[in-house]
Design a protein around this ligand. Structure first.
Ligand SMILES: [Cu+2]
Length: 242
């Protein structure tokens, strides 16, 4: 039997180290503009780390296969039959099952609770989705179609609704996303950490994230994070009923 496991093991370790280092040092995540955003980013990074050894073993076997079995012009015959390896199969099953259960609990349940479970908020904004625009309603009844303005450092609850089909309310900079369902009010929370506009970061916008028709891709408006005083001034300028 060919002793291929040793070079494959070394390649596996090497590729794993490389992928882990890339995950750690090459930042591919956009800037976070909300306190809750780290939950989503941490979950993403955790899955990248857990996936690194899995991808590494595929790369290791492929690399070693290409080196060891490259054509030398001679005819090759099939090797002996391979039979199952009980220890390997059992270990594989236990390890992968344990990992799957682990990620369902954390970041699955624990992360979702942190993002959506805590129901306290300082302020509520109504978000109504329609083909193909967003209508924002503030506490005094003032409405806006052209942008969403939120106060910084305040935990905002979004009460999300739809007038026609399924949409999805998504602010990439906050890592906030929830379905907009006709007849149901769904809720999601964010606490913006700094003042800013879409000119600072293209991800400061509402973007529909559920294919809802021909205008789906254009269903996007800017998000502006402002100070408390500026926020009150803005709502007054809209002219509500109170
Ligand atoms: Cu859409």
């Amino acid at each position: 039997m060919r002793r291929s496991w040793l070079p494959v093991a070394f390649l596996w370790l090497g590729y794993t180290a490389l992928l882990v280092a890339l995950t750690k040092y090459v930042n591919i995540l956009p800037v976070k503009w909300a306190e809750e955003a780290h939950v989503v980013d941490d979950a993403f990074l955790l899955l990248m780390y857990l996936g690194s050894p899995v991808m590494a073993i595929v790369l290791a076997v492929m690399t070693w296969g290409a080196i060891d079995w490259r054509s030398d012009g001679a005819d090759r015959e099939d090797g002996p039959n391979q039979h199952t390896n009980r220890v390997l199969v059992t270990t594989w099953l236990i390890v992968t099952s344990a990992l799957a259960i682990y990620v369902v609990i954390n970041p699955g349940f624990i992360g979702l609770t942190e993002i959506r479970g805590e129901s306290s908020s300082d302020y509520a904004i109504e978000i109504e989705a329609s083909q193909f625009f967003w209508e924002i309603t503030y506490h005094n009844g003032a409405t806006a179609l052209d942008e969403l303005v939120v106060p910084a450092e305040m935990r905002v609850r979004y009460d999300v609704n739809s007038t026609d089909v399924l949409h999805s309310f998504w602010i990439p900079a906050f890592r906030v996303k929830i379905d907009a369902v006709p007849g149901i009010t769904t809720q999601v929370y964010s606490t913006a950490t700094a003042e800013g506009t879409i000119d600072d970061d293209i991800n400061l916008r509402i973007q529909c994230a559920e294919l809802c028709g021909a205008g789906h891709a254009t269903m996007s408006i800017p998000v502006r994070v402002v100070s408390d005083a500026e926020f009150n001034k803005y709502i007054e300028s809209l002219g509500g009923s109170e």
